[in-house]
Ligand binder design. Structure first.
Ligand SMILES: Cc1cc2nc3c(=O)[nH]c(=O)nc-3n(C[C@H](O)[C@H](O)[C@H](O)COP(=O)(O)OP(=O)(O)OC[C@H]3O[C@@H](n4cnc5c(N)ncnc54)[C@H](O)[C@@H]3O)c2cc1C
Ligand SMILES: NC(=O)c1ccc[n+]([C@@H]2O[C@H](COP(=O)([O-])OP(=O)(O)OC[C@H]3O[C@@H](n4cnc5c(N)ncnc54)[C@H](O)[C@@H]3O)[C@@H](O)[C@H]2O)c1
Length: 498
């Protein structure tokens, strides 16, 4: 360790990764300082997963109210108060921020408000102060990347979208990634007329093609207008109205779209601005993230980095796991590499989407012809009574040679809660035969994953890059219901919520 240093560890950023690392290191007796330029809790608490999840829960009641009558309720016309939801959301953010600040204090961590900047491999400047430690951890997260368009300052990012004074009548959402798609669904459920403009042919490039096509169809059925294969050219302001000029698939000009709100959800970049990395020689990766090894150590021995700033996997559980592994490695004498393998993902879309492991395209790229898929579109109990299609879909991607399940994909109510258990199964190397031998919980959507019909040899349920309509899954009945399962297996009729 370093004689005369102010601390054993200085952390830049009190978000998911920074907080976890600071608390763990303090717990093992280290003198820790955390520097935070914004709110304690970082993106998750103030402008990320937490506020987004609260808005998504709020938006989810719209379909509940609409369905309630079919189940005997006479609820009358439902009213919605955006300001009240904002106030409740803000109160919860403050509660979690206060709890995190208190946890730091109780652990003996020194919290310093301000923007930190490296001034050497073991020194950080905050305002007028220079602090030293033998180990520095950069956990400064990521920030939205606005597209480079004329008039892009008329657009808001997800940060402002989580804090709108009022809901717009119409919104144009730019981007086809997780953020854009989640916000399109949330706004749509709250009654906003939503147009989502994406360069690809369906939302969520990189996800399984059936999941993408299924979600796109379900979003359109709920009234979201998807403008596929289009690129925004410019945003013009006309009073309270924004006009987004577009180029079509061939680069030709297309009809513009207009709305009071334009949300640019066109990606995020690692937040390394003003960090003084050049003074230390810390190497960056191709997209500007801090390059680290499997233990989260940068190219400079004393400087480590975790979370979004490393541009590995931009998810809260990844930042937490990296922080824990960092503390074990740097302070506990137990080198621990982080596995970014088989990480489950859940999106607050309508219907909810969740997956773990490989999508069909990726599996075929890695395993060639030795991949088979099993897909069903179970009808939920709710849609049986309301008559309104849920768009539910379950799919397994399987390595035929070893019968190993490579990917589990779910679209439908409760998808986020379902996927965690299946992530454990995939970590254990579960086979399709083991899935089939496991009895499900009846009647749930998860059960449908355990009663999937055998794959038809050579039949790919998925689609190419241009995503034509998905063929009827093997074993599907003509009306899209899952075919009757073999005897002695419960009928895989999904319940709305188990
Ligand atoms: C809208 C949105 C929704 C999301 N939804 C989900 C979700 O549902 N599930 C999920 O797993 N992930 C979600 N994410 C991603 C998740 O929030 C991030 O992966 C996670 O917060 C990363 O943690 P981190 O510690 O790297 O950074 P952050 O949590 O962003 O923390 C970084 C902190 O560093 C501070 N900082 C920056 N620069 C400095 C500096 N120079 N000095 C001092 N402090 C500094 C910032 O103010 C911030 O508080 C979402 C993100 C967004 C934006
Ligand atoms: N629920 C969750 O777990 C959750 C939710 C949201 C985000 N995230 C995380 O955050 C990460 C970032 O998500 P994201 O949606 O911000 O980014 P992304 O990079 O996944 O998607 C960005 C989208 O914007 C489009 N785009 C980029 N530049 C553009 C331009 N100039 N014009 C038009 N379109 C453009 C891209 O084609 C893409 O569709 C995700 O990979 C995920 O790890 C997680």
């Amino acid at each position: 360790m370093m004689a005369g240093a102010d601390f054993d560890l200085i952390v830049l950023g009190a978000g998911a990764g920074g907080l976890r690392a600071a608390l763990l290191a303090a717990d093992s007796g280290r003198r820790v300082a955390v520097i935070e330029s914004g709110r304690v809790g970082g993106a998750r608490v103030a402008r990320g997963g937490l506020p987004k999840a609260l808005l998504a829960i709020g938006a989810g009641f719209a379909e509940d109210f609409a369905a309630a009558e079919a189940f005997g309720w006479q609820a009358g016309a439902a009213g919605f108060d955006w300001a009240r939801l904002m106030a409740a959301k803000n109160a919860e953010i403050t509660r979690q921020e206060t709890a995190a600040t208190l946890a730091l204090r109780e652990a003996g961590v020194t919290l310093i408000e301000g923007r930190g900047r490296l001034s050497g491999p073991r020194a950080v400047v905050v305002g007028e102060r220079v602090l030293t430690a033998p180990v520095l951890l950069i956990a400064t997260g990521s920030r939205p990347a606005l597209p480079d368009l004329p008039g892009c300052d008329h657009a808001v990012t997800t940060t402002e979208a989580l804090d709108l004074m009022q809901l717009p009548r119409r919104a144009v959402v730019l981007g086809g990634g997780p953020h854009a798609t989640e916000f399109a669904c949330i706004f749509n459920a709250l009654g906003v007329e939503v147009t989502q403009v994406m360069r690809a042919q369906a939302p969520l490039p990189g996800f399984d093609p059936d999941l993408r096509a299924g979600l796109a169809a379900a979003m359109e059925a709920r009234g979201v207008r998807l403008v596929r294969g289009h690129q925004p050219l410019a945003i013009e302001r006309d009073g309270a109205l924004n006009r987004v000029l577009l180029a079509g698939p061939g680069g030709d000009k297309a009809a513009p779209v207009e709305a009071e709100l334009v949300l640019a959800a066109t990606g995020r970049v690692p937040d390394t601005a003003g960090l003084g990395l050049e003074t230390t020689g810390v190497a960056l990766g191709p997209r500007g993230g801090i390059a680290v090894d499997a233990y989260s150590r940068s190219s400079v021995e004393s400087i480590w980095a975790v979370g979004d700033v490393t541009d590995r996997l931009r998810l809260t559980p990844a930042a937490l796991a990296e922080a824990e592994a960092f503390v074990h490695t740097a302070f506990d004498g137990c080198p621990t590499a982080v596995e970014h393998h088989l990480v489950p993902i859940a999106l607050a879309t309508t219907p909810a989407l969740a997956c773990v492991g490989l999508g069909e395209d990726e599996a075929r790229r890695l395993y060639g012809g030795g991949v088979e898929t099993h897909l069903a579109r179970p009808r939920t109990l709710r849609e049986r009574l309301t008559g309104r299609e849920s768009g539910a879909l379950v799919k397994l991607v399987v390595d035929r040679d070893e019968d190993r399940v490579l990917g589990v994909h779910v679209l439908g109510p409760g998808a986020a809660e379902i996927i965690g258990g299946f992530a454990v199964a995939l970590q254990c190397g579960a086979t399709k035969a083991q899935f089939d031998a496991t009895l499900g919980v009846h009647p749930t959507l998860a059960e449908a994953l355990l009663t999937l019909p055998p794959a038809v040899p050579g039949a790919a349920s998925g689609s190419g890059p241009d995503l034509p309509p998905v063929a009827a899954p093997p074993g599907a009945a003509p009306d899209g219901e899952t075919a009757a399962p073999p005897p002695a297996v419960a009928e895989p009729i999904a319940a709305e919520r188990s």
